[in-house]
Design a protein around this ligand. Structure first.
Ligand code: ZN
Length: 557
């Protein structure tokens, strides 16, 4: 597999050499294109930043230029497609949860809702469901409520006394359940908190109905597991949603063997509409399988498994993020350790030896330091391995330069600023708040920042929101006014790079995608206006008009 990657890179470099030649000399073309796309293209290639036509053959870009310049590529079978709006290199999301999105599409969507509204939706669904059937929802955030307190089982019991209810918080790191769900899970006052998890409790010790991090598994174990057919249906629904959003590739974070199997089946049937870079689960049977079998690159790179995702800590909202100093609003807590250092080091060394990248979820400053320390233990060979930290939410000043120095990629979710603007200062206090979501600081330090959403564990999965949030430091809802810590705003061009080239680099595919140049894959996204000339506050109103993957139109509005 390693050899295959090297060959791929060599070919890409050879193609890249052709690029300059084609631009410089515009030689008489001989190869007919399958398709000539005409419209307005921003190539993000410095040597040829704009174009009005793009010739595609065999899923790759044959030539870029004007309609007249590409006339020589028109053969008898060449089709011509008009591209609406402005086309950019294919937008990527460097951190998604595809199955989570598919499940979310079938669940109550609770994002941005007041508690009373959530309870009335649960009540309405309970009326339509057979008693005993599970009611599931996702996306609540107590940050929207007054008072902003964690909810209780008793509140849900009134809305749905005869159905077990499980509602996942927006960050995916805690759930709100009712008494019926706790009973089905066998959780009582006597149930102890598991390592790395917690049941919030009433004064008498009874679990109150909010369940955090590793304790969540004790409750979800009681929810009937979806069948493989249900999972396939959900995955397909998620993939369709991605292309509607304009995504041409996603990095699916923390995927098990069963889901990888579904991806392979979809690929074999020609039903994978975009490229998927899999971060396989870095623990358990999935990790053991891949540490033996080695990386996989299938369908000319449409489906790639060559990285492991591990969780070092929890999330900031539920105080699971592991901090160097205690929480400002809970001085007896410093967060949760979801993986021990020794286990992490072992995985890092085994993964590296087998040609895998390691992508560590780390949100708190302590977890980020632990990730950097563990990665650094590999020595000088680390730089070429493109290891990643996922989320990178709180970076201590001492650790800020280390990402660039060590060649560790910051995989960040700009839309998090919306959520963080609502409550992060409560968690970390005024002194530490400037170390939260320092996108501009990281770019300035020389680190590579790859943008994504973490959806559905975030306010939005729409890349237009990512663009808007990274540039304006406002959330999906446009708040707060003026942007949250506006000194961390990033330019549109750096943002587009973080959404195209950087995720490609973070997947070892920057020679294949991330810019519109001859030889690269014909992946592009047309949006309703030119982001480089749109006023920052209006970026949010851009809409996806067309998504093209490998020269094929997979979505058109
Ligand atoms: Zn995630």
């Amino acid at each position: 597999m390693i050899k295959a990657f090297a060959v791929g890179t060599a070919r890409a470099l050879a193609l890249a050499a052709t690029v300059t030649w084609a631009f410089a000399c515009a030689p008489p073309a001989t190869e007919p294109a399958d398709t000539i796309f005409v419209g307005q293209f921003l190539t993000l290639a410095p040597e040829h930043p704009t174009a009005s036509a793009l010739a595609v053959r065999g899923g790759r870009i044959l030539a870029v230029g004007t309609d007249a310049e590409l006339a020589g590529h028109v053969g008898p079978a060449t089709t011509r497609v008009a591209v609406p709006g402005v086309a950019l290199p294919g937008l990527a999301d460097a951190h998604v949860h595809a199955l989570g999105l598919g499940a979310q599409l079938e669940m109550l969507d609770l994002r941005g809702l007041a508690k009373a509204e959530i309870l009335s939706r649960v009540e309405a669904l309970a009326r339509e469901s057979a008693p005993g059937e599970w009611i599931q929802g996702r996306g609540w955030d107590q940050g929207f409520w007054t008072p902003a307190e964690f909810p209780t089982a008793a509140e849900l019991d009134r809305a749905a006394p005869n159905h077990p209810v499980i509602l996942t918080r927006i960050d995916g790191h805690s759930v709100w359940v009712n008494s019926s769900a706790l009973r089905k899970a066998g959780v009582t006052r006597a149930t102890r908190d598991p390592e790395g998890g917690r049941f919030l409790r009433l004064p008498d010790g009874t679990p109150s109905g909010t369940v955090v991090d590793n304790a969540v598994d004790l409750v979800t174990a009681a929810v009937p597991t979806p069948t493989p057919a249900q999972n396939e249906r959900r995955l397909k629904a998620a993939l369709q949603q991605y292309v509607r959003w304009g995504l041409t590739s996603v990095h699916d974070a923390g995927v098990g063997l069963e889901t990888i199997g579904i991806y392979k089946a979809l690929l074999a049937r020609g039903e994978l509409p975009l490229r998927v870079y899999v971060m396989a689960s870095g623990t358990g049977a999935t990790a053991e399988h891949y540490l033996t079998a080695g990386p996989e690159r299938l369908g000319d790179g449409r489906l790639v498994v060559r990285s492991f995702k591990v969780l070092l800590d929890g999330a900031l909202g539920s105080r699971g993020a592991q901090l160097l100093a205690p929480y400002s609003d809970a001085p007896d807590q410093s967060g949760l350790m979801l993986m021990q250092d020794e286990d992490l080091r072992q995985l890092v060394s085994r993964a590296a030896a087998r040609g895998f990248q390691v992508n560590a979820h780390a949100i708190g400053d302590r977890a980020i330091r632990r990730a950097l320390d563990a990665f650094e233990s590999l020595g000088p060979s680390l730089a070429d391995r493109r290891f990643r930290i996922e989320h990178v939410s709180i970076v201590h000043d001492d650790d800020l330069p280390r990402l660039a120095t060590l060649g560790v990629i910051a995989s960040m979710q700009p839309n998090f600023v919306g959520e963080y603007s609502r409550w992060a200062v409560d968690r970390v206090g005024a002194a530490r708040i400037r170390t939260v979501y320092r996108t501009a600081d990281l770019l300035e330090s020389g680190a590579i920042v790859a943008a994504g959403t973490d959806y559905p564990a975030a306010d939005s999965g729409d890349p237009i929101v990512t663009l808007f949030s990274m540039v304006t430091r406002k959330g999906a809802d446009g708040a707060p006014e003026g942007g949250w810590y506006p000194d961390q705003m990033v330019s549109v061009s750096d943002t587009l790079r973080a959404m195209t080239w950087a995720p490609a680099y973070a997947a070892f595919e920057e020679q294949e995608r991330g810019a519109l140049t001859p030889g690269r894959l014909a992946d592009f996204t047309a949006v309703s206006g030119d982001p480089t000339t749109t006023a920052p506050d209006h970026l949010r109103s851009l809409r996806t008009r067309m998504t093209v993957v490998g020269g094929r139109v997979v979505f058109r509005r």
